[in-house]
Design a protein around this ligand. Structure first.
Ligand code: PLZ
Length: 439
């Protein structure tokens, strides 16, 4: 395995990455962003090695995807075996076992005592689209509610569900109708407890739309792109209960929070919330593209035959990778690993809370963030967040930003990262933020 060591042998980006940046500029649409200007040749555990031989500590996991480490050997072996046997048949043409096995596994893992079923797709956005389709068919209702700061994807319907205009929505409208926006729980800013925040959300739902035409409420149990917003305790259970009482499908979008990221298989387990439908992707398969909707069998079976599908959905290679990824999470107890990461990170990052521009350290498990707000002016410090992430990259540590205002530094390390490497990566972030205080 690649040595688990940070090492810089050139500047960032090095000459080989610079050549690729040139080719990228000529060949690829300007519309695709890039957080760290290097091209990766190899990876393992907590390290990404670029084409110049620089080794960076990965505190991003490709946005919460490679939780078992990039190119985990067992995942690669399972995918290779499957690729040699069958790369594709299209599950709507002929079946193959890995699709069935993955759905069985998801039905067992996702919370809820009643019978559950699953269906597989390619991306998180596609899973969200289909969860909404299922909710509409099952209820015969049309509207869908999403919360402030939500992120659910970049397709037409999911852009409508996503809150943030730049870069996700601006210029791309008009958006799919039938979406309403309701308040969320954002304890740092609204200072409401869970019950109060839920009351505010429910009042809006009842006043502005009414349950009679509301098919679903979709929410991320910890809001990801929105800035790792952890709702006040009681908020999610109260919304789930209101949905149950009113025949509204409660969809937990666990695309970013799922698969051990927060120290539970799924983040909604933290408050014993049982969603009607759950959307899954990212961490499910170590980077192979597969996503899922899993939930109540009666809802899943309300769709007419042929109503769901797609050419590649549940591709056999991706299913084999997902099964191996999930096995690894279970056998290596990556929920415990995520909780351990939180402990270490809270300890290493604690001194930052003294800085006048660090408003909060929040999150759960290996999904943690620092929100940067100038305590004197109340300004959201998005330029600072960007500069800090860029400086960390120059020093060989990948950290990402997030937040409606772009002023959040977020940490999503692979769950298999070694403690020493984690401490070193976080140490760099601490140093960089401390430097900002001085400058
Ligand atoms: N739901 C909760 O976090 C993807 C996207 C980043 P796809 N988040 C990262 C970007 O700039 O595109 C996400 C998510 C939640 C849905 C999605 C969408 O998943 O696989 O990117 O479609």
């Amino acid at each position: 395995m690649l040595e688990q060591k940070r090492e810089l042998v050139t500047g960032i980006p090095g000459p080989a990455s610079q050549r690729l940046l040139e080719r990228r500029k000529d060949a690829i649409s300007a519309g695709v962003g890039m957080a760290v200007p290097v091209f990766v040749a190899e990876g393992a555990g907590g390290i990404l090695r670029d084409v110049d031989g620089n080794q960076l500590i990965d505190l991003g996991s490709g946005i919460a995807v490679t939780s078992v480490g990039v190119s985990d050997p067992d995942v690669v072996a399972a995918a290779s075996r499957q690729a040699q046997a069958v790369t594709h048949t299209c599950f709507m043409v002929t079946g193959y076992e890995p699709y069935v096995a993955l759905c069985e596994r998801l039905n067992e893992l996702v919370p809820g005592d009643g019978p559950k079923k699953s269906v597989l797709f390619n991306s998180g956005a596609e899973a969200v689209e289909n969860a909404v389709k299922i909710a509409r068919v099952a209820t015969g209702k049309h509207q869908v509610a999403a919360v402030e700061h939500a992120y659910h994807g970049r397709t037409s319907l999911t852009m409508a569900l996503t809150a943030k205009a730049m870069p996700f929505k601006r210029g791309f409208g008009p958006f799919t109708p039938g979406v309403v926006r309701v308040p969320t729980s954002y304890p740092l800013k609204d200072e409401l407890d869970g019950e109060q925040a839920a009351r505010r959300t429910i009042t809006r739902l009842e006043a502005e739309i009414g349950a009679e035409d509301l098919a679903a409420l979709i929410i991320e149990p910890i809001q990801g792109e929105g800035g790792f917003l952890v709702p006040a305790a009681g908020f999610l259970p109260a919304l789930a209960q209101w949905c149950r009482n009113n025949g509204v499908v409660f969809i937990a979008d666990e695309v970013q929070t799922g698969f051990c990221r927060t120290g539970d298989w799924f983040a909604c387990e933290h408050e014993a919330v049982i969603p009607d439908l759950m959307t899954l992707a990212k961490g499910i398969a170590d980077g192979f593209p597969v996503s899922a909707v899993t939930g109540r069998a009666d809802l899943m079976d309300s769709v007419h035959v042929g109503g769901m599908g797609g050419t590649y959905g549940g591709n056999p290679v991706a299913c084999a990778a997902a099964l191996a990824t999930i096995d690894k999470m279970a056998s290596d107890d990556l929920n415990a690993a995520a909780r351990r990461i939180e402990q270490v990170a809270r300890e290493v990052l604690a001194p930052l809370l003294e800085l006048h521009f660090v408003a909060e350290l929040r999150g759960r498990g290996a999904m943690l963030a620092l929100e940067l707000i100038d305590s004197r002016t109340g300004q959201h410090l998005s330029d600072l967040a960007r500069a800090v992430a860029a400086r960390c990259a120059q020093l060989g540590v990948v950290v990402l930003t997030a937040g409606t205002h772009g002023n959040v530094i977020r940490l999503l390390p692979p769950l298999v990262i070694g403690e020493e490497l984690l401490r070193e990566g976080l140490g760099v972030l601490v140093e960089v933020l401390m430097e900002q205080e001085l400058s």
